[in-house]
Write a protein that binds this ligand. Structure first.
Ligand code: AHR
Length: 496
């Protein structure tokens, strides 16, 4: 079965750029993300440098992850940074009450995280503790990270082995302050934000980009209150929205690998809702900040399913199927298309948790379909945004329908245009005609992620079932780009 779609690529306006920080990631002290993920045990046979796992570092370097958020999530509002610095054998332990009630030994702390960021060549994004921490504690952490000179915290940092300040920039002031971060009202949080942010100082040469804890999905009142009360005293305001296959936090969320067509359809429909949610928050922000100085930071997104059977329910370990690849492609297209306001986003989470890029089992590591989407889309990093007009057929299931094609486009510094396309229809090839008025182009090449079944996954015994392959279904006809876009696929086209 086939169907027709049309795209018209428009010129870049106002030099709008797709920030590379939209392609950010998130590593929480949760399940096997840090411990038995990035961070291996003392004396482990898994190749590592100072206990940081090297195969993961290599994989993430390849996709050029621009930033990494840490230490949480919910964990951030229970984390006391002083417990995670200094000699490891003297660090106190704590209970990770949010995630499985396991004992956290604090062996991975500030210095270890900063070493990881340096190995990854990525920017740290620190989430400070507002829920159970004090203004003083956060202020001192900033001083510890960023002050270059003689001061109690700078001296302590030097004593702990790091002479130079790290000069971190992205600074979160709390996380989910409406929930696990303190169950606050929007008004109370926005007042608290101002107290904490006042003393999170900009030290010489190290200005902070302060990020306020924003809304839970469709809580527009939260955004309204923060914009009214905090306004441009913040660099960014967050938004968390997860794709739930069942659409509800109650009961089963749905399996990561075992779902039928109806559940697949609902999952994609719930993913596409991100566009509406981002648009509505952006419209509120526009009222208070028409110059778009405050970024919308979608620092938690991705699919959240039931955990893999037999694993700790508090560890949020789930498999990653071809459906996840489509979900990643759709969300990233949405963020690209809102890059006037969305300047940063973070997939939850990097390793072994939720919609992970990487799964590990002892010394083995697999790259998930989601990883491959980030690999494909890295061409959009800091590229000029190209708006488009898209006419797409619907993907119909029963008496419901959603748009079958989802897309975004950019132009890099060499003039090459990249178009990323997602076809969510499970059975129809879409015949897509793209016009690029005013663009003088000669060739098109492409790459694709697709698989026989939407439930297909990469496993430790078959790690490469889903990977990037060359795509030959695009050609030039007159000045149009004609594409046969296969069902359930993510495609990137390179137009030169
Ligand atoms: O990503 C898992 C959790 O989801 C985070 O800790 C929290 O912020 C959100 O509820």
């Amino acid at each position: 079965a086939q169907s027709d779609a049309k795209i018209t690529i428009k010129p870049n306006v106002n030099n709008q750029v797709i920030s590379r920080h939209i392609y950010g990631h998130f590593a929480e002290h949760l399940g096997r993300c840090i411990y038995d993920g990035f961070w291996v045990s003392e004396g482990s046979k898994v190749p590592n440098k100072g206990r940081i796992r090297l195969d993961i570092v290599e994989a993430l370097k390849k996709i050029r992850i621009p930033n990494l958020r840490w230490p949480g999530g919910c964990f951030a509002d229970e984390y006391h940074w002083r417990d995670g610095v200094g000699p490891r054998n003297l660090r106190p332990k704590m209970v990770n009450t949010n995630w499985g009630g396991v004992t956290e030994d604090n062996s991975f702390g500030t210095h270890e995280f900063m070493e990881l960021c340096s190995m990854l060549n990525t920017e740290p994004y620190i989430a400070g503790n507002v829920g159970s921490g004090t203004v003083e504690e956060m202020a001192k952490w900033v001083e510890y990270f960023n002050f270059d000179g003689e001061s109690p915290m700078a001296n302590l940092r030097k004593q702990n082995g790091h002479a130079a300040p790290w000069k971190v920039s992205f600074w979160g002031v709390g996380n989910e302050s409406w929930g696990c971060g303190g169950n606050m009202t929007a008004q109370f949080y926005s007042d608290q934000y101002k107290r904490y942010a006042t003393y999170a100082r900009n030290y010489p040469g190290a200005p902070l980009k302060k990020i306020a804890s924003g809304s839970n999905g469709e809580d527009y009142n939260w955004t309204e209150t923060c914009m009214k009360n905090i306004g441009t005293q913040m660099w960014g305001l967050t938004l968390h929205y997860y794709t739930l296959p069942s659409g509800s936090w109650r009961g089963s969320k749905g399996s990561a690998t075992n779902f039928d067509e109806k559940e697949y359809f609902n999952t994609i429909r719930n993913t596409l809702k991100m566009d509406e949610i981002v648009s509505k928050h952006s419209a509120i922000m526009d009222k208070y900040d028409p110059r778009k100085r405050v970024a919308l930071v979608v620092d938690e997104w991705g699919i959240w399913t039931d955990v893999e059977p037999g694993t700790n329910p508090g560890f949020l370990y789930q498999q990653n199927s071809m459906r996840d690849a489509l979900i990643a492609g759709i969300n990233l297209n949405i963020f690209n298309n809102h890059s006037d306001r969305v300047k940063m986003a973070n997939l939850a989470q990097t390793v072994n948790v939720l919609q992970a890029l990487v799964l590990t089992e002892k010394d083995k590591m697999i790259l998930t379909p989601t990883y491959h989407v980030f690999d494909l889309y890295k061409v959009h990093h800091d590229a000029k945004y190209l708006p488009m007009e898209l006419n797409t057929p619907d993907y119909v299931s029963g008496d419901s329908k959603i748009p079958a094609v989802n897309a975004s486009a950019s132009q890099d510094s060499t003039g090459t245009i990249h178009i990323s396309l997602v076809n969510v229809d499970l059975s129809k090839t879409i015949n897509l005609t793209t016009s690029l008025p005013g663009v003088n182009w000669k060739t098109v090449t492409g790459q694709i992620i697709s698989s026989g079944k939407i439930t297909d996954i990469n496993t430790f015994t078959e790690p490469d079932k889903i990977h990037i392959r060359p795509f030959t279904g695009a050609k030039k006809m007159n000045n149009d780009l004609v594409v046969a876009l296969p069902p359930q696929s993510v495609v990137i086209l390179k137009v030169q």
